[in-house]
Design a protein around this ligand. Structure first.
Ligand SMILES: NC(=O)c1ccc[n+]([C@@H]2O[C@H](COP(=O)([O-])OP(=O)(O)OC[C@H]3O[C@@H](n4cnc5c(N)ncnc54)[C@H](O)[C@@H]3O)[C@@H](O)[C@H]2O)c1
Length: 352
């Protein structure tokens, strides 16, 4: 089997997880990672045995001087790959676009970039097929991914009329908690709707969704609370069944002592997941309430990992090695060990 050759540019929170996930896929090969830093973050990649490339030509000597074994420049790396996952900070991806075009590689950008950069925004379960063979796509942000997954699940079962959600966002990622972040306050976003609702419509223009966001003083992922008007009166079981049938939504329960964002992170580590990653939307099954044609629910978005499986699927879509979204989702989820239930079974239960 010819493997898809992959580069990851930007070995940060998202990039290092994408690199790991690529190495877990049977049909992919990680050729190398590129970055500009010289500290422990990229030195870890060397310890893990990855080939490291200097993303900017003027950083190569600095990285070499810092003892990082540089295999070449990003341009060298791009010559050897079919697809690059650009996981650099916001706006740097856009600046890299001409370089990728010159190299003739397929590109996956992340949610910090605009929809206009590629004209296509990606969530595997919603629009995989429209990305097949394209030159580039943008995997939407963590929050937007969760919105499309959950509302998409209700829509698929004919239950979704409109949805209104509040997003309680983390202040910063854990690795940069000493540099950035807020303390002892909550900051409402300046505009309503916050950008995530409109962003979800770049994937599915039919969604009637409004989001309000606030930033809180913690680092451990995001929490969403939702009010959804259904197309008809439904039972709690029907709403749960819609979520259960969709990929990448998993159930947690207050009754199991999973009481807050930190509980799930502990649980993922205890289950042996690398970095304690949670790729699924973790939805509190016993909090979900349905009254007539209204559903209310709460879920966790582990922002550091949720977009990783989508990025893997986007690689198969752009390179055309897999034409069907459902089959790619299955491959990705099997390789990562994705689950529907964390505490009910020893075996991963896949529905895709
Ligand atoms: N952190 C999250 O929760 C999260 C979730 C979903 C999507 N995203 C998106 O993913 C992208 C990456 O975010 P992140 O959180 O991983 O950022 P990060 O800061 O953790 O990592 C970015 C990496 O890119 C490197 N870098 C900086 N300039 C570079 C350049 N010119 N060339 C190559 N590498 C360069 C940095 O050194 C760093 O290692 C952004 O678009 C972001 O919006 C982030």
């Amino acid at each position: 089997m010819k493997k898809v050759k992959v580069a990851v540019n930007g070995y940060g929170v998202i990039g290092k997880r994408v690199a790991d996930a690529v190495r877990q896929q049977e049909d992919m090969e990680l050729i190398g990672v590129a970055d500009v830093v010289t500290d422990y973050r990229i030195k870890t990649a060397a310890v893990l045995g990855l080939d490291i490339f200097a993303a900017l030509s003027n950083t190569a000597p600095v990285m070499r001087a810092a003892g990082i074994p540089i295999a070449g420049t990003l341009e060298d790396l791009l010559r050897d790959v079919d697809v690059v996952a650009d996981c650099t900070p916001k706006n740097i991806g856009a600046a890299n676009k001409p370089l990728y075009e010159r190299a003739g590689v397929k590109v996956i950008y992340q949610g910090g970039e605009s929809h206009a950069l590629t004209g296509h925004s990606f969530v595997a379960q919603a629009n995989y097929e429209t990305a097949v063979g394209r030159t580039s796509t943008r995997v939407v942000s963590c929050n937007t991914t969760s919105i499309v997954r959950t509302l998409g699940a209700l829509k698929k079962d004919g239950l979704l009329k409109r949805a209104r959600g509040t997003l309680i966002r983390r202040a910063s990622d854990p690795w940069e908690a000493h540099l950035d972040g807020i303390m002892n306050t909550v900051i409402p976003e300046k505009t309503i709707p916050s950008h995530q609702g409109p962003d979800a419509r770049t994937v599915d223009p039919e969604l009637d969704v409004v989001t309000i966001a606030v930033k809180a003083a913690h680092t451990s992922s995001h929490l969403h609370t939702w009010w959804v008007e259904l197309t008809r009166s439904a039972s709690k079981e029907e709403v749960l069944a819609a979520f259960r049938a969709a990929p990448r939504i998993a159930f947690i329960r207050m009754n199991d002592g999973v009481a807050a964002l930190n509980s799930t992170i502990e649980l993922m580590s205890d289950l042996g997941r690398r970095r304690g990653d949670l790729w699924e939307v973790a939805l509190w099954e016993d909090v979900l309430t349905v009254k007539g044609n209204e559903a209310y629910y709460t879920y966790q978005v582990f922002n550091q990992a949720i977009v990783v499986p989508e990025t893997i699927d986007a690689m198969r879509a752009l390179t055309g090695v897999e034409q069907q979204g459902q089959r790619s989702i299955q491959k990705t989820d099997q390789a990562l060990g994705m689950m529907k239930e964390f505490l009910k079974s020893k075996e991963p239960l896949l529905t895709a």
